[in-house]
Design a protein around this ligand. Structure first.
Ligand SMILES: NC(=O)c1ccc[n+]([C@@H]2O[C@H](COP(=O)([O-])OP(=O)(O)OC[C@H]3O[C@@H](n4cnc5c(N)ncnc54)[C@H](OP(=O)(O)O)[C@@H]3O)[C@@H](O)[C@H]2O)c1
Length: 317
């Protein structure tokens, strides 16, 4: 089958390759999916050092690794020990980062990683949800426990995760302040419902944002550090940037009287099913920045290095 994978660290050269490889084998506990669309994670090549992929949680796996872990497609084969899905079913899901991904004609998945996809949601839209929307959902609800009437500050509001964070937070009745860079990105944040949008290239968010209950950081570095200094006791600070070693210090959080979290999104079919209901009834819309064909995967990564992104880039298969 055709697939896109990371082969090596090749002296700084982008290590994405596209070619032919073995299709995944049948296994009793797995389902094979004919992939129709895969959301790209542009950070993946950066997880490779010395011929090994070091995942954000600190675990390692040898190369090559098929990229693209969020996908939508149709079931092509059901393992004998699985139930709940039949050949031909439309599904969407998130494959754990330690296994081969879905930038391929076929992917091998566990039933616990997928959920049914109704006809009302296209494969391209759906492929942006299992990382983009699910990460925002888990950050805002599982960690920050965001409620109606609270104020959320989201850093990187025009990104793949940030665009969902704005919409989900508005969907539960929170007030949303988003940071972004540039006129178009600010306009997108407002269009998605942000009550305020702050351009970090011209304005320090601390100077214009009032007190917030929750900060959700998808950018890291300086914005994250300044958020620590900005939050008031009782606030919740959730970041998804960086790696496990960059996770917030519990001591620092305790000293400030806040709660602080870093996490990696986990497959959750029930949460994903709820997100799909929100998409199907128009409460949230997937922001598809660009689509490329599977054979153009390397080009998609090269282009991404030099352009601003507004939502998710998707490979179609
Ligand atoms: N831990 C997890 O489970 C998890 C899950 C998903 C993603 N992530 C990580 O979270 C980060 C965001 O993911 P993503 O997919 O949303 O990436 P993305 O689509 O590239 O979005 C990042 C957004 O942040 C914006 N940004 C960058 N610097 C900024 C600044 N100084 N001020 C305001 N906005 C700024 C970017 O704008 P420009 O386009 O102008 O640069 C972009 O719109 C990545 O590091 C990713 O690896 C982690």
């Amino acid at each position: 089958m055709k697939a896109a994978w990371i082969s090596d660290a090749a002296g700084g050269d982008l290590s994405i390759r596209v070619g032919d490889t073995e299709a995944p084998a049948h296994a009793d506990d797995r389902l094979l999916v004919n992939v129709e669309a895969t959301g790209l994670t542009f950070g993946e090549p950066h997880w490779v050092t010395n011929g090994t992929m070091a995942l954000p949680d600190g675990s390692k796996r040898p190369l090559p690794v098929i990229i693209g872990h969020e996908f939508a497609g149709r079931i092509a084969h059901v393992g004998a020990a699985t139930n709940g899905f039949s050949v031909g079913d439309r599904v969407v899901g998130l494959i754990d980062f330690w296994r081969n991904g879905a930038a391929a004609q076929q992917a091998s998945v566990l039933p616990s990683e997928i959920t049914a996809l109704p006809d009302a949601v296209s494969a391209v839209e759906a492929s942006t949800l299992p990382i983009g929307a699910l990460t925002a959902w888990q950050a805002l609800f599982d960690f920050a426990r965001l409620k109606a009437g609270e104020t959320l500050l989201v850093h990187g509001g025009a990104g793949a995760v940030g665009t969902f964070a704005i919409q989900i937070a508005k969907g539960v009745g929170a007030r949303v302040i988003a940071t972004a860079r540039g006129v178009e990105a600010l306009a997108l944040c407002r269009e998605l419902g942000a009550d305020e949008a702050i351009d970090t290239t011209t304005t320090r968010f601390e100077d214009v944002a009032g007190p917030v209950d929750v900060v959700f950081d998808t950018v890291g570095r300086d914005l994250l550090e300044r958020s620590w200094q900005f939050v008031e006791p009782g606030a919740r600070l959730v970041t998804i940037s960086g790696e496990a070693e960059d996770a917030p210090s519990p001591e620092r959080a305790k000293k400030l009287g806040i709660e602080a979290f870093w996490f990696i999104v986990k497959p959750d079919p029930a949460q994903l099913a709820e997100i799909i209901r929100w998409v199907a009834d128009g409460r949230i819309t997937a922001q598809v920045d660009r689509t490329y064909r599977l054979g153009e995967a390397r080009q998609a990564f090269l282009d991404a290095e030099s352009r601003a992104k507004r939502g998710k880039t998707v490979l179609t298969v």
